[in-house]
Design a protein around this ligand. Structure first.
Ligand code: FAD
Length: 456
């Protein structure tokens, strides 16, 4: 399911539940103008409040990144996208909610308070908490706006401090949940709205507490592995990629080629996503029988640049996953085109290993054509392995290298040569994906598959 569709269905569900109990058109019956405006304000206040807390609850549940969420949405990248867009929708609804609340001043100035409806009754225990709940809602609203601006305006705050600041979200959610619980009028607690809100507030608060307790990514999907071997693929530490073999415990149930994990080598740093650059079983096993898997890590930032000095064989590493549905297999009627840029080759290494002799292959594999974009083929530490894997792949994978050092850039024309009906699997820098998506808008037969990871 596409993210806008999922978001639309969720918004519609919240609206229908509200319509069922609030019946806005039935109630706005007053013939006098002042009463009409006061009633409209009240409906706007409650509907926007329902949208905002409903979206925020969805945000909190999605933040748990449970593997079962991947199937309906088509991958963990889509779970992240829905999480982000539901957060933005919650903030927009919160602005409407705030606007509806503030509009009382304008209505009062124009029409006076004579026709103002009486204050709605709330749950009996909440009567004495009205003031506190209003204050909580207001502070959380301002903080939510600041956080959403910091998320969208990426230049204001680099990724790492943003991630730390983002951890305050569950606290804001708990404040907003209390605000909603205490101030939602009794009329909205009727079925089905009441039941929906009760479920949402319970699930959202449980997810927020889970997150605050640092439990996200722990549990059955988290594995205590060990660094088995570390090798620099090239001559220059801090510039060339590192190959890290991890010995997986018995709790690891294997992976599909093309999937990724979150790896925590250092508790303070937290998890980083890396693709598993090996097919199941292709790295063999450690002397004690534990399955090995390979990560290829390119130094792309401060942390990954220093990893070569920090990683030692024998060291503990927490591996969370596997996640993702990047399997390089589309419809039989379309040609399968793989496009990799730089370290974006890692999922294709795993897919290629799964096509080697002696490996149990997934069924119905199709031939594929791989376009590999590299900065400098002469110094590329992964190219020789890639060529050898392509040469022996079954079904066949033909390789075309685009060497930037020789001015051989990948152009849309290269992809057009494969025909009109294509499944294009892309992994690499954001710019590469954008170029292909742009071209795909003009080609009706192109289906682009990319794990659109934007963690922010
Ligand atoms: C699904 C997926 C698979 C990936 N597979 C590989 C791979 O196989 N090999 C490889 O070398 N790189 C891979 N990456 C990229 C890798 O995760 C980042 O290069 C690395 O986390 C950068 O960390 P840093 O602190 O050194 O860099 P920074 O300079 O701090 O960050 C650079 C960018 O990396 C991203 N990033 C940083 N920290 C995290 C984090 N904890 N979680 C998510 N994103 C983060 C942010 O977009 C950030 O702007 C993958 C990324 C994703 C999303």
């Amino acid at each position: 399911m596409r993210v806008p569709v999922a978001l639309g269905i969720w918004g519609l569900l919240l609206t229908l539940a509200w319509v069922a109990v609030a019946g806005p058109f039935a109630e706005v019956t007053s013939s006098t103008e002042p009463a009409l405006w006061w009633q409209l304000r009240q409906h706007a206040l409650y509907l926007s409040g329902v949208w905002s807390i409903g979206m925020m609850s969805l945000v909190m549940v999605l933040s748990l990144r449970r593997p079962w969420m991947e199937r309906p949405l088509g991958g963990m990248d889509q779970v992240y996208r829905l999480h982000k867009w539901a957060g933005i929708a919650a903030a927009v609804a919160a602005v409407l909610h705030w606007g509806a609340k503030e509009s009382s001043g304008w209505i009062k100035d124009i029409w006076g308070t004579a026709a103002r409806p009486a204050r709605d009754a709330v749950l009996s225990w909440a009567v004495d908490w009205r003031g506190v709940a209003k204050d909580f809602g207001e502070w959380a609203f301002y903080a939510l706006l600041v956080l959403v601006i910091l998320t969208l305006w990426q230049r204001l705050l680099p990724y790492k401090p943003w991630r730390r600041v983002h951890r305050v979200m569950p606290v804001l959610y708990v404040l907003l949940a209390f605000h909603s619980l205490a101030l939602m009028p009794l009329s909205l607690w009727q079925l089905p709205m009441g039941a929906l809100m009760a479920v949402l507030l319970t699930l959202g608060t449980a997810a927020a507490l889970w997150s605050l307790a640092g439990r996200i990514g722990k549990g059955g999907n988290s594995h205590k592995a060990q660094v088995h071997a570390v090798q620099l693929l090239g001559a220059e530490a801090g510039q060339d990629p590192l190959e890290v073999l991890c010995a997986m415990p018995a709790s690891w149930k294997g992976h599909h080629p093309g999937q990724f994990v979150f790896a925590s080598f250092d508790g303070l740093e937290g998890p980083h996503p890396f693709t598993i650059a090996s097919a199941p079983g292709s790295c063999g096993a450690a002397p004690d029988g534990r399955a090995l898997l390979r990560l290829v890590i390119k130094p792309l930032g401060d942390y990954t640049r220093a990893l070569h000095a920090a990683l030692q064989p024998g060291q503990q590493v927490r591996i969370e996953g596997p996640y993702g549905q990047f399997d390089g297999q589309g419809a039989c009627a379309r040609a399968q085109i793989w496009v990799a840029g730089g370290v974006g080759i890692t999922p294709f290494l795993a897919l290629l290993e799964a096509r080697q002799k002696g490996v149990i292959k997934p069924e119905n594999l199709q031939p594929a054509h791989l376009h590999y974009c590299t900065r400098n083929a002469a110094q590329d530490p992964l190219l020789a392995r890639l060529q050898s894997l392509c040469a022996s792949a079954q079904p066949a994978v033909t390789l075309q290298v685009h060497d930037a050092a020789q001015g051989q850039y990948l152009r849309p024309a290269h992809l057009l040569e494969h025909g009109a009906a294509l499944d294009i699997w892309v992994c690499g820098p954001a710019g590469l994906g954008q170029v292909i998506h742009r071209q795909a808008r003009q080609q009706r037969g192109w289906h682009v598959h990319q794990e659109a990871f934007q963690m922010r």
